[in-house]
Design a protein around this ligand. Sequence first.
Ligand code: MN
Length: 415
Amino acid sequence: MFIVPATARSWVAVDPSSDFSLQNLPFGLLAPEGRHVTLATAIGDFAVDLTVLRDAGYLSIHKYRVLDAFEEFTKEDLQELRRELYELFVDTNSELRNDADTRSKAFVPLENARMLLPIRPPAFVDFYSGIHHASNVGMMFRPDQPPLLPNYRHLPVGYNGRASSVVVSGTPIHRPSGQTKPKPEEPPVFGPTKEFDFELEMGFYTSRPSAMGHPVPIEECEDHILGFVLVNDWSARDVQRWEYQPLGPFLAKSFATSTSPWVVLPDALEPFRITTYEQDPEPPAYLNSPKGMRYDLRLEVELKTAKAESYQRISASNAKYLYWGFEQQLAHQACNGTPLGYGDLYASGTISGPLEGSFGSLLELTWRGTKPITVTETGETRTFLEDGDSIRFSGYAQGDGFRVGFGNVEGTVGA
Ligand code: MN
């Protein structure tokens, strides 16, 4: 674990509102113009090509033959690499600052940086750990029963999803077709979804495998978490409503899941950890984790229609509204002895806050389509997404004069 002091500053100009402070130093996969794909970090307004830094002798990672995939690195490698990057960028070190030739090759303005999906996950899991989201959905669909199902506070509900459709921010998202049942008294119909939605989620990648038949104890789960991303778990609500019983979501979720391009290490989020969190009832021993992996991270959702020039904020939430911590999610997945992999992606579930305006899906923001959102710039209204609409998530922890953020996850809906 390496925590950059809150007072440390870089010789690279970093605006206080930038996601990429010296305290962050996330990792991503950069595809530079005319060059090999490479691991990169981000600082201020730049992606920084780590292959260029290594070749110029600035990093000790020459021991790694290739720098073109996360899979070459353990979590400990990345932690060590991040410490080296800190030492290179901190304002008391002028070595790289004075090397204009290397800087001009290594620094790529973020707006020109083509970022790839950090890790193509072998497996994708989606939890349901946002308690206000689960309550809202319960109120809408089971109004005559308690909002939370009886199992909710006893285990982190989740399902194994579809890994092949996980894509990086900026990838266009097609409108899926599926079966829906618009009228109870008539047979189902097949066609494009009419209730295209987003889900505001956090996600983590796993860092190391475990053997089948050997559950991972919760005390070890934190070490299996490589880093965090923002996730948009796109959803077709009308398809979901008809298909989900009795086995859970299937085609309503599996057509696309978008992630942010930068993987933020737990070390960078450690100062923003929430140290006390009451779970009632106390979880069973295999899920009991007094240290809890929960963070105070501000999350935002913005919408831009095809007619609009600019994004409009439609929701502001916080990762602290997750009832189940990230290490509890992983401990639950592993408790039956299923093997964990490297680079599996675990999404948290939709993170809604307790109040209107803090909900993490259109289903909740428009309360099942009964309270349309008005686009101020154009006067249009929205209940669910229409073709040409773009959704952008952002998320960051606010420090004293700096931020630790994820970069955006953005997607435009098409036919
Ligand atoms: Mn989801």
